[in-house]
Ligand binder design. Structure first.
Ligand SMILES: *Cc1c(COP(=O)(O)O)cnc(C)c1O
Length: 243
């Protein structure tokens, strides 16, 4: 696919953004929820910073990057004053240091080892970091995240690490052919979220349930998502798809 021009990508966004907001609102209302309960995070991998800033100018208030190198390349130019920046991709422990002070939340904490490293560096730098614990809800070998049966124990350990605030859960279910299957995954994650919330553990707030992407965010909202991560439906198809 040819690289799209900035103008083309901006036009894509302008056309798609109101429609996505409307679809979010409709899905929320249909589920008996308020649209304000749901945050739209724009997944901005491969999107040039000029286009992201254009989107922020149009009201976008939260973006997520999933590669450290790409985040760093865009970071200085990014309109951070008007937009919350989060990290949503798989993260190697040796790259954590680049994210501190730059992102408000690391959504993809899928192991105690990674959480421990974030905590160690937070203490060293004297900063705090919000984290979501990623659940590998489909038990997929090629995906990050904690297996469901280990989740509670993992949250209980991570919450004790200085500098970290456990703020919720994140999940990327397997690609499903039908909505019933995807909803089973989303509902299972939602149930863990609720089960953990009722335990009222110190240093754990289940404020954010991040699930749902371009292909399935209405279903995720129906199943309780408080944040959806939408990329290609906002900015157009990526020339080089990557997760
Ligand atoms: C790319 C990405 C998304 C968005 O995917 P789309 O299908 O383009 O909406 C959401 N979450 C993560 C972690 C991603 O890497």
């Amino acid at each position: 696919m040819m690289e799209k021009s900035f103008d083309e990508r901006k036009a894509n966004f302008d056309e798609n953004y109101p429609r996505i907001l409307e679809e979010i609102a409709q899905a929320a209302v249909k589920a008996g929820r308020s649209p304000e309960e749901i945050t739209l995070l724009a997944a901005t991998k491969t999107v040039p910073v000029e286009v992201i800033n254009h989107a922020i100018g149009k009201g976008l208030s939260c973006v997520g990057e999933n590669r450290v190198q790409e985040l760093l390349e865009k970071y200085d130019a990014l309109d951070k004053e008007h937009c919350d920046v989060q990290f949503i991709g798989q993260l190697q422990t040796n790259k954590v240091k680049y994210l501190l002070g730059k992102v408000s939340c690391i959504q993809s904490v899928g192991s105690v080892k990674l959480a421990k490293e974030i905590s160690r560096l937070c203490q060293r730098e004297g900063v705090e970091m919000k984290v979501l614990v990623e659940v590998n809800i489909g038990r997929e070998e090629n995906k990050g995240g904690v297996l469901p049966e280990a989740l509670l124990e993992c949250v209980d350990e991570i919450r004790t690490f200085p500098g970290l605030q456990v703020a919720g859960l994140m999940a990327i279910p397997p690609i499903c052919e039908d909505t019933a299957s995807i909803c089973r995954y989303f509902s299972a994650v939602r149930q863990y979220y609720v089960d953990i919330a009722v335990k009222r553990m110190d240093n754990v707030s289940m404020n954010c349930l991040s699930m749902g992407m371009s292909s399935d965010f209405p279903e995720a909202i129906a199943c309780g998502a408080t944040m959806v991560r939408v990329g290609s439906s906002l900015f157009g198809k990526r020339a080089y798809p990557q997760r």
